[in-house]
Design a binder for this molecule. Structure first.
Ligand SMILES: [Zn+2]
Length: 355
């Protein structure tokens, strides 16, 4: 291209020079045209060489760049793996809790509408706080509903799921068979390492009846009422009204009061749901939960996780849930890890709260 332009410029210059009578001017123009043409040729040769070099460099660079891309990905993944708040699944992308739940329920022949009335704020809150158990492996049976409303339904479910007994640390506990088997295997491993895994708080550390959950609710609800009345945050009339409310409304109003800092947990510093489950909703009713004495020991927690036992209720420090899943699969099952102190909690990965 440069050669053609230069040659054309030379020829035009020569043609123009013909119009002049002076032979000196004609010769000067001819010489100029040749010089320009020669420069053009050199330029083309140079460009061609440069193009070939660039192509050769590109060929060498591509695999190098690919290698660099891989190392970038690896470097980016490493912090993610150590970032406990966002641990990626090794066998699948992190999934939204509700999407994963729908799939898990479909595998069991159920659906979200049957499980839980999520348009009701209390039911939705319960599902999002305790819902990890509905993503458990096929080896166990999660409850058919997110809130049981009476003892008869709880008894029927517990009979259907089945449970086995074991005496651990002097206390008789009951769990679904697969959960118990995994617990005993974890305990064996812990004992081999000079540790132990024992129930915290006697038999109630594992299976509970509907009545148990109701009674335990009152152990938080009633003292908190007295406390907040003394502090002047609740009037005597309000307290009397709250005590007389039907259970479902009572739970709803407690959760509303907690939004303004009137908490009902044992230490009155956090939601009652992080301290005790709303009646009829406990993972202990599902016989998939155990409160562990040695919850503060990181090695114990690690052994339990290896055997499918994880912490799934945020801030309930001694409480473990049997999911029967591998830890690396939990993100793709709709859970994400959050830290509370040194403890890791696998809780429902709810992308958008619509409370
Ligand atoms: Zn518990």
């Amino acid at each position: 291209m440069a050669f053609a332009c230069t040659a054309a410029a030379g020829i035009i210059c020569f043609m123009v020079s013909l119009k002049f009578s002076s032979q000196k001017i004609q010769q000067a123009c001819l010489r100029g045209a040749f010089v320009l043409a020669a420069c053009g040729l050199l330029l083309i040769a140079g460009c061609s060489e440069a193009t070939q070099e660039t192509a050769a460099q590109n060929q060498q660079t591509r695999p190098r760049r690919a290698a660099t891309d891989n190392s970038v990905q690896t470097n980016e993944k490493k912090p993610e793996m150590s970032d406990q708040n966002k641990e990626p699944a090794r066998d699948g992308a992190p999934s939204d809790f509700y999407a994963a739940l729908e799939k898990a329920l479909a595998r069991r022949g159920s659906n979200q509408a049957t499980l839980c009335q999520i348009s009701d704020p209390v039911s939705r809150r319960v599902l999002e706080d305790y819902g990890a158990m509905f993503l458990s492996s096929e080896s166990v049976l999660p409850p058919p509903v997110c809130v049981f409303t009476g003892e008869a339904d709880v008894s029927k479910f517990q009979k259907q799921a089945g449970f086995t007994k074991a005496v651990i640390g002097g206390d008789e506990i009951e769990l679904q068979p697969a959960a118990m088997e995994a617990l005993l295997a974890a305990r064996k491993e812990a004992q081999a390492a000079g540790l132990d895994i024992t129930p915290r708080g006697g038999s109630e550390a594992a299976r509970r009846s509907y009545k148990d959950t109701r009674r335990l609710w009152d152990t938080r609800f009633l003292p908190a009422l007295t406390h907040w009345q003394k502090r002047g945050r609740l009037s005597r009339e309000q307290v009397a009204r709250l005590r007389a409310l039907p259970l479902k409304e009572q739970v709803g109003e407690v959760l509303e009061l907690e939004k303004s800092g009137i908490f009902f947990s044992k230490d009155l510093s956090k939601s009652i749901l992080y301290s005790i489950a709303a009646p009829g909703t406990s993972q202990h009713i599902a016989m998939l939960a155990l409160d562990v004495t040695e919850f503060g020991n990181a090695r114990v927690r690690s052994i339990l996780a290896k055997h499918g036992w994880f912490q799934t209720v945020k801030s309930d420090l001694p409480h473990f849930t049997y999911l029967g899943q591998a830890e690396e699969a939990l993100p793709s099952l709709g859970l994400h890890a959050v830290m509370s102190g040194a403890q890791k909690f696998w809780i429902p990965n709810v992308v958008e709260k619509q409370n």
